[in-house]
Design a protein around this ligand. Structure first.
Ligand SMILES: Cc1ncc(COP(=O)(O)O)c(C=O)c1O
Length: 334
């Protein structure tokens, strides 16, 4: 466990390895952050790009704890209206929550700028790093993040069932799980020492050991080369798809920073059918549907159709992109 904490603190730029709490996934980390922080009567600012793992806890608290939530609009290109966001702050704004990168559009949000704005207004900054941790350089302290939720099984190459939450030393969350920690056992209350405060019960030690190995591997390869490789491949995908007739490509234009995701819709074709045929005829795995982000699809004007999402990783090769482009070309000809 300590090895994993130390590897994460080195990779994600925070000083005290005990400031990370392990969870089963990013969803659990986001729930801990949101429910441990937001109190009845609070106001929350978030974006239209959020995954349901942010939206649903917020909607639940809206229903049960009398909180208010503003979702900042986003252009189909993924650009966010910072002026509109600035106008939303109130005296009771407790937290700004933003995904670092959209799991539909691949756009990257200016998290550092958002964190500065949040702090100017006395609010906390919570970042959903599900799409960037291990894929895009992050330094939690330099970026002034208060809370950073992440899965272990995506960019960090860990096993499923692992994830975590970085918690700035000055942020005190209400624990969402109470129970044994193997420390201060005579006390009826959850200890206030870290990481035990947020890690009651027997931990997933085999999973965390796997996560430690994944994080060390990413550190060895380097996040910057991973990002550059993935960006190059996404540019190749966009260039190729742009040649096709009857296609709509979502998210930032060619040349703009993005993570390894490109989503598209073929005119008059159900994305689920496109995905099915890519799999069955060409052996290419993509994801169709709403990608757990209905508000993201509303922003992209694809709420009626959903979209096909292609993802690349650091082991994806150029030949695989060529095969994808050939397959989508053939499907677009029908
Ligand atoms: C942006 C974003 N946030 C949160 C999640 C939830 O992650 P997990 O499945 O680890 O709970 C995902 C998963 O796809 C995601 O893409």
């Amino acid at each position: 466990m300590n090895k994993a904490r130390m590897a994460l603190s080195k990779l994600l730029g925070f000083s005290n390895p005990n400031d990370v709490a392990f969870t089963n996934n990013a969803t659990m980390a986001l729930n801990l952050a949101i429910k441990g922080l937001v109190k009845p009567g609070d106001h929350v600012i978030t974006t239209m790009l959020e995954h349901n793992s942010v939206r649903r806890p917020l909607e639940y608290l809206k229903r049960t704890s009398n909180i208010e939530v503003d979702y900042v609009p986003v252009e189909p290109s993924g650009e966010m209206d910072f002026q509109a966001l600035k106008g939303l702050f109130r005296s009771n704004t407790r937290v700004v929550i933003a995904t670092h990168s959209s799991n539909l559009l691949g756009c990257i949000l200016s998290i550092r700028e958002l964190a500065e704005l949040a702090h100017e207004h006395g609010a906390v900054m919570l970042v959903d790093g599900a799409q960037t941790v291990g894929h895009y350089p992050i330094h939690a302290e330099d970026m002034k993040l208060d809370l950073l939720a992440f899965p272990g099984h995506k960019g960090l190459l860990g096993p499923q069932g692992t994830g975590g939450l970085y918690i700035h030393p000055e942020i005190n969350l209400e624990p969402q799980m109470h129970g044994g920690t193997g420390s201060q056992s005579e006390q009826p209350e959850q200890p206030d020492i870290r990481p035990e405060r947020y890690e009651a019960g027997t931990p997933n030690v085999p999973g965390i050991a796997g996560l430690a190995a994944g994080v060390e591997e990413i550190y060895k390869i380097g996040v910057e080369p991973i990002y550059n490789h993935e960006w190059t491949l996404t540019q190749q995908i966009i260039e190729g798809l742009q040649e096709l007739k009857g296609i709509r490509i979502l998210g930032p234009k060619l040349g703009v920073a993005r993570t390894g995701i490109v989503s598209f819709v073929l005119e008059n074709q159900d994305p689920a059918q496109t995905a099915f045929e890519l799999d069955r005829q060409y052996g290419i795995a993509v994801r169709a549907g709403y990608h757990c982000t209905p508000l993201g699809h509303e922003s992209a004007c694809t709420l009626n159709t959903g979209a096909v999402r292609v993802s690349v990783g650091h082991t994806t090769e150029e030949q695989e992109i060529d095969a994808l482009l050939r397959a989508v070309y053939q499907l677009s000809q029908r």
